[in-house]
Design a protein around this ligand. Sequence first.
Ligand SMILES: Cc1cc2nc3c(=O)[nH]c(=O)nc-3n(C[C@H](O)[C@H](O)[C@H](O)COP(=O)(O)OP(=O)(O)OC[C@H]3O[C@@H](n4cnc5c(N)ncnc54)[C@H](O)[C@@H]3O)c2cc1C
Length: 421
Amino acid sequence: MTTMLLTDDEVRDEVRRFVAEAWDPDLTLAEWWDRLADSGWAVPTWPAEWLGRGLPGAAARTVSEELRAGRVLGPPAGLGLLLAGPTILAHGTDAQKERYLRPIVNGQEAWCQLFSEPGAGSDLASLQTRAVRDGDEWIINGQKVWTSGAQGADLGMLLARTDPEAPKHKGISYFAFPMDQPGVEVRPLREMTGRSLFCEVFFTDARVADSECINGLGGGWIAANTTLANERAGLGVGGSGAAGGGFPGRKGGMLDRKVGELIDGARMDAAQSSRSERGGALMAKIARELGRNDDPVLRQRIAEHYILEEVGRLMSLRAKQLRSAGSSLPGDGNLAKLLMSRLLRLGRDLGPELIGPYGMILGAETPGEGNFQEATVWAPAPSIYGGSDEIQKNIVGERVLGLPKEPGPDKNTPFRDLLVN
Ligand SMILES: Cc1cc2nc3c(=O)[nH]c(=O)nc-3n(C[C@H](O)[C@H](O)[C@H](O)COP(=O)(O)OP(=O)(O)OC[C@H]3O[C@@H](n4cnc5c(N)ncnc54)[C@H](O)[C@@H]3O)c2cc1C
């Protein structure tokens, strides 16, 4: 596998050649992901010795485009590839990289993010889940909440307090935590979308080996920031999110299915959900179909939606261009995430206004094929996860504009002495 820098055209040629040789609709998803992992095209920006190609960020976009153009499935979706992999690459020992990276890239293991707790969301460093040492293991007690995909996860990125005497950011450790064990109870929560994306997770004397502590004892906050930076980069307008070519892990039930069937299903979904027309363009089309395109107020708001989408697209192109030139714009990820929240709120209000009484029915037979109703009930989520809108604004204010920090206790105060929720 080559590590030298390739031009954009060379990347395209190599991916096309790989697809022509490796894709076979009769492969199972597990077999295809194995081939993709071996090729280095699943994670082209990772180092060559850890399943990647050592290419710059801009190449990842080219690879995704070529995989899509080749009409094949991309690498696994989910938080393993988006968050756990980059964190272990940055902070794990070689033994941890050996243990975890390949099953992330070839989709054999699914991960969830065990960070937020009922009293620790925006102020994550206030977390209270405890880890107490017992020989070569740690015993875990406490509760997490909002844990996306915990039902299907084999492993969790667990933040737990290993030293309550230390200041709150310093007494936290980060574990690669095995989910399938007595002492772990996963309770799915039903959302207003009707689905159960996230769960509560309860730990009662659960266990994790000391060897699975990422970034060393007390080094959890630094590793968590790597996870959160990857989350923010993936979630704004133009981010990749946790999308991919199917759900990883045995519990997802996809690994033994033929890729030929899965790709046909994915194409049908894309066609049925009008993916070629989304957002402002879809709204304009539906306004024409419903004869509402002469309503000046509606026209103005649809235009606003369309313009904001374009601004987001251009912001994302600028950020990628700067990154590939080795530079960056301070706060660009935060601003991209804030723009996405604004767009979703606008869509939440505009969609139902456009389709009128149809907005009360959830279903593919309504104008927009259910997209507007889905968007309305999903709209609150992105302005909360990955750091709420208010927290993004605090970050931009303090770290980009240099405004004074919020008042609070001295950062060296032991966690034990802090007031907690
Ligand atoms: C769909 C979804 C999926 C999620 N998935 C996961 C997951 O997989 N794993 C995980 O660990 N977590 C997950 N989360 C949790 C998410 O990270 C938290 O909800 C988020 O960090 C906010 O925390 P909180 O809910 O405790 O709200 P709080 O922190 O209690 O905030 C409540 C309100 O107060 C505001 N606020 C808080 N502090 C400040 C401040 N300093 N200045 C100004 N305003 C402030 C907030 O903006 C918010 O409006 C998910 C959330 C959602 C919605």
